[in-house]
Design a protein around this ligand. Structure first.
Ligand SMILES: Nc1ncnc2c1ncn2[C@@H]1O[C@H](COP(=O)(O)OP(=O)(O)OP(=O)(O)O)[C@@H](O)[C@H]1O
Ligand SMILES: [Mg+2]
Length: 410
């Protein structure tokens, strides 16, 4: 850590953020691994009257622990986007939803789309390098003049939504989403809900060996104005794993739910459950709903086949090109040796490498289907892969060494 203003300390990382707040009129945490870029900002900040800046040369290694501390201890947090845009985006979101700190970011890229994206996540300023001293000074003055108030605990979206979308019918969305949901419930021990939007007749419950449900999404969506936490809890079925399941209708629905209804269902679900997993099948007609908001993580399930990869390419370019970690690409039925395409060609079609590869395992899929046992209960390569996905999704690293966010950059 280095501090401008009155004192100077040796380098430290964010784990050593002091417990007591820094006494100054305006405290600033300047966080960026790139020394040149950070120093460029620092030299400008040191000229801002009343501002006292502490430098950090590393990002916090754990999203869950540090943003709150940083956000509570500093009036302003300034982050270097370019070192790891994906991770910094998550940091910005997390700090903004858990504290009153004013977050600003800086980048060498004058990329308007990226700037808008960070502003939507809560950043108040997006500085482009080389910074203009007067701009930074007036941004700091504005932050001092209009401090933010801490978000009310209820304003924070406490829960996370994981939405599974297939690039094509039959890609394995339901098998993966249902077992993923069950494993999230088991591993996290937190209230978890699986919502089945599969069409025409969803079969997520069947994948978990559940009997047909008494109620379904049709009941929840019939009159969205009536839908609240109590009503939702009366509609869900409980799986032996502890997972709650809101089934798809058992018969062909006579009417289609409105997007408003789906938004309301997700809102109520997120208020009641820590994790909400959605089997969206191939329903790109729901793309305008909040299911696909930036706050959800979308798992695009695809396979190595010409039409699946072509569809994935179209979907990613059309809907998800700006998403980084909130888009997770899952290659199902992956058998490296028997593929038409190599990993480079696949990554080109997907515009990036796949995040997850689920092996092709016909015998396990068939056996679990025939016996009505969830794949997740079978100690198979498929279940091992889905468990890894589930643990990563709820912030449980596989092992200590896997804790870093580079886990996602396979
Ligand atoms: N990794 C895998 N290895 C072998 N078989 C698999 C794998 N994943 C899924 N399957 C099998 O593929 C079939 C289709 O899977 P699933 O129903 O999950 O796909 P879906 O994308 O939900 O299909 P739909 O478009 O009909 O909703 C099922 O019989 C399932 O058991
Ligand atoms: Mg399905």
């Amino acid at each position: 850590m280095t501090e401008t203003g009155n004192s100077k300390d040796s380098d430290q990382d964010l784990r050593q953020v002091p417990d007591t707040p820094i006494k100054s009129s305006l405290s600033i945490a300047l966080i960026g691994p790139d020394d040149d870029r950070r120093k460029a900002l620092l030299s400008v900040l040191s000229e801002c009257p009343g501002a006292r800046t502490q430098e950090f040369s590393a990002f916090p290694p754990d999203l869950d622990e540090l943003p709150r501390t940083v956000g509570e201890q500093y009036d302003i947090v300034i982050l270097d986007v370019d070192s790891d845009p994906d991770y910094v985006f998550d940091l910005v979101e997390r700090i903004c939803t858990t504290s009153a700190a004013c977050v600003m970011v800086y980048s060498a890229e004058s990329d308007v789309k990226q700037a808008v994206r960070f502003m939507r996540a809560g950043a108040r300023e997006y500085f482009t390098l080389p910074v203009i001293a007067a701009e930074v000074a007036s941004a700091i003055a504005r932050a001092a003049a209009h401090p933010l108030t801490a978000p009310a605990p209820t304003a924070k979206l406490a829960s996370q939504a994981f939405v599974f979308l297939g690039a094509k019918g039959g890609c394995g969305v339901t098998s993966i989403a249902a077992n993923f949901a069950m494993l999230v419930a088991q591993e996290s021990k937190q209230p978890t809900l699986l919502i089945d939007f599969g069409q025409p007749l969803g079969d997520a419950g069947i994948n978990l060996g559940m009997a047909s449900a008494n109620y379904s999404t049709a009941n929840a969506l019939q009159d969205p104005s009536r839908l609240d936490a109590r009503f939702l809890s009366s509609l869900v079925e409980k799986h032996v794993s502890g997972l709650s399941v809101l089934a798809a209708p058992g018969d062909f629905p006579s009417s289609q739910p409105t997007l408003e209804g789906i938004d309301r269902l997700l809102e109520v679900a997120r208020q009641s459950f820590s994790y909400v997993v959605v089997d969206a099948g191939t329903r790109i007609d729901l793309m305008e709903s909040t299911l696909f908001d930036e706050s959800s993580t979308v798992y695009l399930v695809t396979q190595v086949g010409i039409s699946e990869l072509r569809n994935s390419n179209r979907l990613i370019n059309r809907f998800f090109s700006l998403r980084l970690r909130s888009l997770q690409i899952v290659l199902n039925r992956y058998t490296p040796k028997a593929l038409l395409f190599d990993d480079t060609q696949i990554a080109k079609a997907l515009t990036r490498p796949a995040n997850w590869k689920i092996p092709d395992d016909y015998a396990t899929a068939r056996r679990t289907e025939n016996t009505g046992t969830p794949i997740a209960l079978d100690n198979s390569p498929i279940s091992i892969a889905i468990r890894q996905m589930a643990r990563a999704a709820c912030g449980l690293s596989e092992e200590k060494k896997k804790k870093s966010f580079s886990f996602f950059k396979k």
